[in-house]
Design a protein around this ligand. Structure first.
Ligand code: 0PR
Length: 366
């Protein structure tokens, strides 16, 4: 630390220099985050110093969190769903497995999940000493429900399905998994961190949420397709008792118990998330999601004309390809564990960006 403070000018000239080293979203095709909606930024700024960790002091902000949970619960067909705003999918998934471990007591607990799960489950299983039983995918990169059933034994406390996988954008067979969960008395968590803000707005889709009997909890991230500011995740549960199973005493706070993982929690992104949903409404979200899906299809068509075939036709806006190994600058793409080129068609990836990328690939690889 410097002995004497520096001028604001100095500070901000340094900060802006560093900020310029960041990649602009205009060339980022690999991210599940996006430029926040201007309405989210405005709402976030209004709630900058609020702390949901002491909700008795921030009653208005706490109401907003509850309103967000209620909007999402209704969207996911359980208006009575209970939950809270997390820092994102990682925290939601950790908390879901914590609930599973507490609610379904087993001697040497294990969790059955698909090979495609996000790496946050590895962190969760490590922290909670849960044995991670990975189930292979079918030919369309979805969890094989038959193999999931075989992996279950008397020590299984939880089964996980993904609605919108990180790498291939696929939806696991949630209905079948729900049945398996009920047959074996398992906690069933659906990771819809990405897909939760996409699937309800698609023209057609299979049920993936609380409409499916057996689903216990669901993770959804407004800071991904919900266009909120970072960090905004949500964990929803069908029954309040599940969350309450995580409650600990907080003797000197304005409320005497909490079930969250974080202590101090930002209200800004939560206000941002609710503001976007209310500003856009169902129509607005449908327009954005359908735009992203059209761009995904256009990208797949364009890449295939150059001989780079799709790895799979995705359920959500994540496109994967057999090659090329490299893309020209300034594009930033990613690569799946199986070696497929991966592009996420987020709201900032407008049609003209897709067209420019396709042209660049054509020129580079023709
Ligand atoms: N579940 C799923 C299905 C996810 O895709 C992700 C993150 C998570 C959980 C974890 O969410 P948090 O990172 O919010 O805790 N998926 C992205 C990924 O790993 C996150 C990301 C976003 C990575 C932007 C890079 C990036 O530039 O690809």
């Amino acid at each position: 630390m410097h002995n004497h403070g520096r001028t604001e000018e100095e500070i901000f000239s340094n900060l802006s220099l560093k900020r310029r080293e960041d990649t602009g979203y205009g060339s980022i095709l690999s991210s599940m985050c996006t430029v926040p909606h201007p309405v989210a930024v405005k709402a976030h700024n209004l709630f900058m110093e609020t702390n949901l960790g002491d909700p008795g002091l921030f009653k208005g902000t706490a109401d907003i969190e509850q309103a967000l949970i209620s909007r999402l619960g209704t969207l996911f067909h359980e208006p009575e769903a209970c939950g809270y705003a997390t820092s994102g999918g990682t925290e939601s998934n950790i908390q879901a497995l914590r609930m599973a471990k507490v609610c379904k007591k087993r001697q040497r607990p294990n969790v059955v999940l698909p090979e495609s799960v996000h790496f946050s489950f590895r962190k969760a299983c490590d922290m909670l000493c849960l044995d991670m039983r990975t189930v292979p995918l079918d030919e369309r990169y979805r969890m094989d429900a038959g193999l999931a059933k075989e992996a279950i034994d008397e020590n299984t406390c939880c089964i996980v399905g993904v609605a919108g996988t990180t790498e291939y954008g696929m939806i696991d067979p949630i209905k079948e998994l729900g049945q398996i969960a009920m047959d074996h008395d398992l906690f069933f968590h659906v990771d819809a961190a990405f897909g939760g803000m996409v699937i309800p707005f698609l023209a057609r889709h299979e049920p993936f949420d609380f409409l499916v009997p057996g689903v216990s909890s669901l993770a959804v991230d407004p800071h991904k397709m919900g266009m909120s500011t970072i960090p905004a995740g949500c964990l929803l549960v069908r029954e309040k008792e599940m969350l309450c199973a995580l409650s600990i005493d907080t003797p000197y706070l304005s409320v005497k118990q909490e079930f969250t993982l974080g202590g101090t929690r930002p209200g800004g992104p939560v206000a941002g998330a609710l503001a976007v949903l209310d500003y856009l409404g169902r129509d607005g979200m449908e327009a954005i999601v359908q735009g992203c899906m059209n761009n995904t299809r256009r990208l797949i068509d364009g890449m295939e004309t150059f001989g780079f075939s799709r790895a799979v036709t995705p359920d959500v806006n994540v496109a994967t390809f057999n090659g090329p190994k490299k893309v020209p600058a300034p594009w930033r793409v990613s690569c799946t564990r199986k070696g497929h080129l991966r592009i996420v068609c987020m709201p900032h990836v407008h049609r003209d960006i897709i067209e420019k990328f396709i042209r660049d690939i054509g020129e580079h690889h023709a």
